[in-house]
Design a protein around this ligand. Structure first.
Ligand SMILES: C[S@@+](CC[C@H](N)C(=O)[O-])C[C@H]1O[C@@H](n2cnc3c(N)ncnc32)[C@H](O)[C@@H]1O
Length: 396
């Protein structure tokens, strides 16, 4: 019985690889899902449980290897056969025996290869580990989330398993004394890594305007020097807006980047105007064509999201302005693992939520907004949600 399901999964995998577009979008996501299913079919229940139990030490070893900058040493090594544990020890000042133990984990994770005992070579994954997504993402997310995640079961037990719904009493607040943005603001190096990770974590993936037909915004937009085409609210240091401007240098109207003052203090990007602003206050930019929020609402519980939305609605021209939200829309079944895990992470560090279509609908209608469309090119990726005030009847 089990063998039959393995064989049919293997057949489906073969077919999907035979599909010319297997490296792109939906087909790519389906292939990964099938591989996951095959792995579970092959593993015994005991093997599955042991694999899960031993994930935390893998992450701790990875965090240490990134700290020691070992991936850069592998990538930049000029020795054709690979770099030895002894060389790594000399260059990092970490004891050779420790290097060997850490590198066993890295090779088992497929982040480098070991063609001979105690010799290591870079792979494409090692190269990614030297770029912002790995170099900054690994320590950023580890240091930000682990203290709260390790205490989450205790928090939930002590709070009688209520669903965390207040940023100010989030599990992270309880465990660490701060929720995510206060914690980041307090430490410059954490904040710098966070900003770098934010700008890199979607590398190689389509941008929102490759998924969503941007002519829905450009057509009908007022085109004069003072008009505001798009406000990127909580846009960090403008990575999204910079790419939009590079792809569409002649959009009708101005592009405004809003975030907290500390985040914007050194931002200087051509074609983009910076404005310090907290979205917990009323939006000062009135009648923009687009109010754009990417990966903002998943940070916050419904009560605060409603506040942010009402602050935005107060600035909108209901017949003209649109809200564009880019965030995950969780499917009702078969939620991709990363999205399910991210939901628990957001719950821990600020009582945030990854939302299903129904949760988005309930949140948005509760403040007098409606969804006019949801666009997605890959179930593993964020969706683009277009939103207008309820009275507007431009739904298609
Ligand atoms: C998860 S990041 C998303 C950044 C960017 N939109 C993206 O998708 O890469 C959340 C952003 O919200 C900003 N933020 C947090 N609290 C804010 C507030 N009260 N007002 C404005 N921005 C805020 C953070 O500084 C951070 O840049």
């Amino acid at each position: 019985m089990l063998t039959t399901s393995m064989a049919s999964l293997a057949d489906e995998i073969k077919q999907e690889i035979g599909n010319d577009s297997f490296s792109a979008g939906e087909s790519h996501a389906r292939l990964l899902q099938l591989i996951e299913e095959l792995k579970l079919a092959v593993e015994t229940p005991t093997e599955t449980i042991l694999r899960l139990i031993y994930q935390p030490p893998e992450n701790a070893a990875l965090r240490t290897v990134v700290d020691l900058d070992i991936f850069s040493l592998l990538v930049n090594s000029e020795k054709p056969g690979g770099i030895s544990a002894t060389d790594l020890s000399q260059k990092t000042k970490a004891e050779r025996e420790l290097i060997i133990r850490l590198m066993r984990v890295m090779t088992s994770l497929g982040l480098c290869v070991s063609p001979e005992p105690e010799i290591y070579q870079a792979t494409d994954k090692a190269i990614a580990m030297t770029q912002p997504i790995g170099r900054d993402g690994v320590p950023c997310i580890y240091d930000l989330t682990l203290p709260a995640l390790s205490k989450l079961p205790e928090y939930l037990r002590e709070h009688n398993y209520i669903n965390p719904e207040e940023y100010s009493t989030s599990p992270m607040q309880w465990a660490v004394g701060k929720s995510q943005f206060e914690w980041l603001a307090e430490n410059k190096s954490h904040q710098t890594r966070f900003n770098s990770y934010m700008s890199s974590r979607r590398d190689g993936k389509p941008s929102w305007y490759n998924v969503y037909p941007i002519d829905r915004l450009t057509a009908g937009a007022v085109n004069h020097a003072d008009a505001i085409f798009l406000v990127d609210i909580g846009g960090n240091q403008g990575h999204d807006l910079g790419k939009l401007h590079a792809q569409y240098p002649s959009l009708p109207g101005r592009l405004i980047l809003q975030d907290l003052p500390k985040i914007l203090s050194k931002v200087n990007k051509p074609g983009i105007e910076c404005m310090s602003y907290s979205f917990l206050d009323p939006q000062p930019i009135k009648n923009a064509r687009t109010y754009y929020f990417r990966a903002i609402f998943h940070d916050w519980p419904d009560r605060i999201c409603r506040k942010i939305l009402l602050n935005t609605i107060s600035a909108m021209n209901p017949e003209y302005s649109r809200i564009i939200i880019v965030d995950f829309v969780l499917p009702d079944t078969k939620v991709p693992r990363m999205q399910a895990a991210m939901d628990i992470q957001m719950m821990s560090i600020g009582a945030g939520v990854e939302r299903s279509k129904k949760q988005w609908h309930d949140l948005l209608t509760s403040v007098g907004l409606k969804i006019t469309g949801i666009w997605n090119c890959n179930p593993a990726m964020e969706s683009v949600i277009e939103v207008v005030p309820l009275a507007d009847s431009s739904e298609e």
